[in-house]
Design a protein around this ligand. Structure first.
Ligand code: GDP
Length: 829
């Protein structure tokens, strides 16, 4: 365009000539293009004098002299032309000067910018390489040198074009074009605009496919980013900007996303890094600590290994300030020999003192209750029996502050009395002796006192320190004194707790309620438990959905020493489990899961033997066997507790029986699962395995033993534990029958119309009546009939009539178990 002098370039003739303007060009497909047309100049510089015309130049916009004014002479024209030329020359000189100045300024600006940019970049690179050096120094010295070398190379390379590139296109203008510089620039700008507007227009298929146009549409920022990336690449490796070295806590296993989170790195980068290490994982997968450690090091962070058990750290007890502590009611457990009146004493106190909601004497039993005594409250654990006490203690729940030892005045000190004394002493809990049944004519309270002396319990009446109170639970005498003694003892103990902290409590009882789900009675020991609190309890966790007090009322909160029923658990905890309120559900879940896993591992580590015989053989082979795991299921809590107690006593220095689990109800698949995991046999006391449990047990080779006499069970376990199983009576189940109908037959009593479902029913065999997999009767058959005939045997799949000897509480759907006993010789060698 700069060579347009005296020559025609793009021009328009016709009506549009002599005026700058836009001409619209039409192309195919409806595309159009605007062309700016400059025409004036061309006309003016026509050298032919004849046609030449003076004109007002300098302003490209004014370009109208198309005609020579009439009546003008040649001389005049010449003069005018000269003047015009002079003016033009002057103007051109000015324009050149201005252009030069402008150009210089632009160049200056450009240079300064480039310089400062280059400087900045160099600075940054230097910093980076320094940091890089510091980071890598310890690890890879050699590599670091390489990186540095590359870094400096990269610093030089992209720097140069940055300085020269922007100035080059403009720094070489053709001198000849100087007078037209303005216009040229103008033209160029316009053209650029046109090009730009075209670019931002429609995108053809071709453009899209080749990516040409799309590529050019990238923003400046994108280009810069691309350059930056390229530069970083040139510097080598995954150089991180503004790298912060973190201490990454690493548990024994960690989810990929959590690992990324802890390192504050992008998950995608972590996954990529894992893949580079040959591990195809997704962000939700869990990787082991060793792998995670590699990755953490790769990202340049520090590894801080933590153990799984650290999750429990959030519930480590913090000491309360003296000032925060307030008095709390004492928690009392009643202990004593069976039938000495524990339950009666508890009931008497409760009935005498619990006033609210006493209509008809029905109050909700939640395992504990509170009574008032002289303005103070006393909390009684309503679970008499030593097992509860010891199991809680064993689980770390030191719940009881005071033990009330009930001894019947007409009976004196008995084995379980002694046991209770020992428990109380072992737990270092003060005792108060309640000498019960003083209403009885045979009552001899002083005999009780002297008896107790033998067991180092010196009551006040014998000048000792242990308080003693004479009571009668049935008559209600002495109860006030007993409560006063308890209050006095509590005062001495100065029991305190801080109600203004996250609650800690102990499970007294727990069960799966059909309507309400898992329910636990919790005795709050410290802090205050509130509705909505998130907690972990044993291997379970939850959020308090509702709190119900011992009166059966819903309450919003429960402070220290208050027993409440807690709803909102995810599973049923066990008595003695400790409840801790934590801040987040994630914490609660994490702790519960950790505990569950730890318990499972422990059970799994208990050994692989599954039958008593195997266990015993193992005990014989292996001198180091210290624990013999067993599972106990019983018909009632009392039996389960009695068995547990008996099991605790079995064992010597080498072998100890460990009851992994004891519960009430039929043996279920989950029991079998637990037994399998820990290699323990399952003992059913008056309960049976349900069908699926039986099948699983058969498949897995888990031994299930049924008993109906505690001593038999204890003897067998004892024998197994000592490795000296004597000849024993073994029961073989030969058949099962289901009762379809019950008839009354005069002279015979109730007769069950049955279907033999398994094996064979035999007249001579022993029978048990099972209702809901629980044994409710054991005995022999009076009759076994098939179609009116008395028979010796009935096979599986056949119907028959059966009647029990001296027992007729039979119902449809009851199951009759038919068994025979045989003596087996146990020979181990
Ligand atoms: P536990 O096994 O220790 O709970 O004893 P219980 O509370 O079940 O009582 C056993 C028996 O002793 C029951 O028959 C009660 O009626 C009876 N009993 C309890 N306390 C007294 C009492 O103070 N006087 C009399 N005469 N009998 C009592």
């Amino acid at each position: 365009m700069s060579d347009s002098d005296g020559k025609k370039t793009l021009g328009v003739r016709g009506p549009g000539a002599g005026r700058p303007g836009n001409v619209k060009q039409s192309f195919s497909h409806g595309r159009t293009k605007n062309v700016v047309v400059e025409t004036k100049r061309k006309r003016v510089v026509v050298p032919k004098p004849g046609g030449a015309k003076p004109s007002v130049t300098g302003s490209p916009q004014v370009g109208d002299p198309t005609k020579r004014p009439a009546g003008i002479s040649d001389a005049e024209l010449d003069r005018r032309m000269k003047a015009l030329k002079a003016a033009k020359a002057q103007e051109e000189a000015d324009a050149v000067r201005r252009a030069d100045e402008e150009k210089k300024r632009a160049e200056d600006r450009e240079r300064r910018r480039a310089e400062s940019e280059a400087k900045e970049r160099e600075e940054k690179e230097r910093e980076e390489s320094l940091r890089q050096k510091a980071e890598d120094e310890a690890r890879k010295k050699r590599e670091e040198e390489e990186v540095k070398a590359r870094a400096s190379a990269a610093a030089a390379a992209p720097g140069e074009p940055a300085v020269s590139a922007p100035s080059s296109p403009r720094s070489a203008p053709k001198p000849s074009a100087a007078p037209r510089k303005d216009r040229d620039d103008n033209d160029r700008n316009k053209k650029n605009q046109r090009e730009d507007s075209r670019r931002s227009g429609k995108l053809t298929v071709n453009q899209a496919l080749t990516g040409g146009e799309g590529g050019r549409q990238r923003s400046m920022a994108a280009m810069k980013r691309k350059q930056e990336r390229a530069r970083q690449k040139a510097m080598g490796g995954n150089v991180e900007r503004e790298k912060v070295v973190r201490d990454v806590k690493l548990p024994e296993a960690i989810m990929v996303s959590e690992l990324a989170n802890r390192m504050s790195e992008r998950v995608a980068d972590v996954v990529k890094s894992l893949m580079q290490n040959g591990l195809m994982v997704t962000q939700t997968q869990t990787i082991d600590a060793d792998t995670a450690e590699l990755i953490i090091e790769e990202f340049g962070h520090n590894v801080v290994r933590v153990s799984d058990s650290d999750v429990e750290d959030v519930i480590t007890p913090q000491e309360d300030d003296e000032g925060d502590l307030k008095d709390r009611p004492p928690v009392i457990t009643v202990m004593g020999h069976v039938d000495h009146g524990k339950t009666s004493v508890l009931d008497a106190i409760r009935n005498a003192r619990v006033v609210a909601g006493e209509a008809g004497g029905i109050t909700q039993h939640i395992g504990a209750y509170q009574v008032e005594q002289g303005g103070n409250k006393l909390t009684f654990l309503d679970t008499p029996g030593h097992a509860a006490f010891t199991s809680m203690r064993a689980r770390g729940a030191h719940v009881t502050d005071i033990v009330v030892l009930v001894v019947a005045a007409d009976d004196a000190v008995m084995p379980q009395t002694i046991e209770a004394i020992n428990h109380a002493k072992a737990a270092d809990v003060p005792m108060i002796v309640a000498i019960n049944k003083i209403d009885k004519p045979a009552a001899d309270p002083d005999k009780v006192r002297t008896d107790l002396l033998q067991h180092e319990v010196i009551v006040e009446k014998m000048s000792g320190e242990v308080q003693d109170v004479e009571v009668s639970a049935t008559e209600g005498t002495g109860l006030d004194q007993l409560l006063e003694s308890i209050s006095l003892q509590a005062e001495i103990l100065e029991l305190k707790a801080n109600p203004d902290r996250a609650a800690v409590g102990a499970v007294i009882e727990a069960q799966l309620d059909v309507g309400r789900g898992p329910v636990a009675t919790v005795l709050v020991q410290n802090g205050t438990l509130r509705q909505g609190d998130i907690f972990v309890v044993g291997e379970q966790y939850g959020k308090v959905r509702a709190l119900i007090n011992d009166q059966g009322d819903r309450v919003k909160e429960a402070g220290p020493s208050v027993p409440v029923e807690v709803l909102g658990l995810n599973g049923t905890p066990e008595a003695g489990d400790v409840l801790n309120v934590v801040e987040t559900e994630a914490q609660a879940r994490e702790i519960a899961e950790y505990r569950e896993k730890a318990a499972k591992d422990k059970r799994a580590a208990a050994g692989a033997a599954t039958t008593l015989e195997q266990l015993m053989a193992k005990a014989k082979d292996d001198e180091n066997v210290t624990e013999m795991p067993i599972l106990v299921k019983a018909d009632v809590q009392g039996s389960a507790e009695a068995i547990n107690q008996a099991m605790e006593k079995i064992g010597n220095d080498e072998v100890r029986v460990r009851v992994l689990h004891s519960g009430v109800g039929a043996i279920t698949e989950s029991d079998i699962g637990l037994a399998e995991a820990s290699g323990a046999p399952v003992f059913g006391f008056n309960v049976r395995a349900n069908a699926s449990a039986r099948n699983t047990a058969n498949q897995k080779g888990i031994e299930i033993r049924y008993y109906s006499v505690i001593y038999d069970l204890v003897d067998d376990v004892k024998a197994a534990a000592s490795g000296l199983l004597s000849n024993a009576i073994k029961e073989n189940f030969i058949g099962y029958a289901t009762i379809k109908e019950v008839f009354k037959v005069t002279g015979v009593g109730k007769v069950a119309g049955c279907l033999v479902t398994e094996g064979v029913a035999r007249r001579s065999a022993g029978v048990r009546l099972l209702r809901d997999n629980t044994v409710i009767h054991e005995g022999t058959l009076k009759t076994l009939k098939r179609f009116k005939d008395e028979v010796a045997e009935v096979q599986s799949g056949q119907e028959c009539g059966m009647a029990f000897e001296a027992y007729d509480d039979i119902r449809p759907d009851d199951v009759i178990e038919i068994f025979e006993r045989e003596e087996v010789e146990r020979n181990l060698d």
